[in-house]
Design a protein around this ligand. Structure first.
Ligand code: GLN
Length: 194
């Protein structure tokens, strides 16, 4: 969990309910050995400043660029786009649905994640100019609000606010699949060579 700012507590609870061990990331050393990452909603300018202040941009690019499964929600989608961390080939349009007036709910079907997802949008961005590797999973009024590029999933809404667990479930599945593909982890050997 990137925990510089925003509603990371609610994500943490959801992940723990699903059985994941969660670490809050505030400095680069917190990223060591992580199998997956969530970038929460919040305020993207504040989050950008925090990432710069803590020297997290390079280490985050390295971790996610290496294929670590990642879920970004709302401001998290903005952090991942080509104008910020550059890990997702989209350009986020901030507050694209308008500010307070356009906080709303919508039922969405996300290919490969789940159908009938009750999505809560709060001053939400949408994603424009998806690159060739980006799959648009759902749109509202023709605007992309859920996108996936390999193991990076980013959505404009807040699944953590209504206990919608399927996006976090997708993340944990991708982590498990990646582990399985990598084969067994090297065992720690005790007592030196035989
Ligand atoms: N509008 C916010 C921003 O641009 C994002 C909103 C959210 O994460 N709920 O930073």
């Amino acid at each position: 969990m990137l925990a510089l700012q925003g509603d990371f507590e609610a994500h943490r609870r959801l992940l723990e309910e699903l059985g994941a061990a969660v670490r809050e990331v505030r400095v680069p050393a917190d990223l060591d050995g992580l199998d997956g990452l969530v970038i929460p909603g919040g305020e993207s300018t504040t989050m950008t400043l925090g990432i710069e202040r803590e020297g997290l941009a390079g280490p985050l690019r390295e971790l996610i660029g290496a294929g670590t499964p990642t879920l970004g929600t709302c401001a998290g989608l903005i952090m991942l786009d080509r104008d910020h961390l550059g890990l997702l080939e989209v350009t986020a349009a901030r507050n694209a649905f308008g500010r307070q007036v356009r906080s709303f709910e919508e039922r969405l079907d996300l290919d490969g994640v789940g159908d009938g997802i009750e999505a809560i949008f709060i001053r939400a961005p949408w994603a424009t100019e998806p690159g060739a590797d980006v799959e648009v999973l759902a749109a509202v009024d023709g605007h992309a609000v859920a996108v996936r590029q390999r193991d990076v999933l980013a959505v404009s809404f807040h699944p953590e606010l209504n206990g919608e667990r399927r996006l976090h479930g997708w993340l944990l599945q991708r982590i498990a699949a990646r582990r399985a593909a990598a084969g067994p982890r090297p065992q720690a050997t005790a007592g030196g060579s035989p």
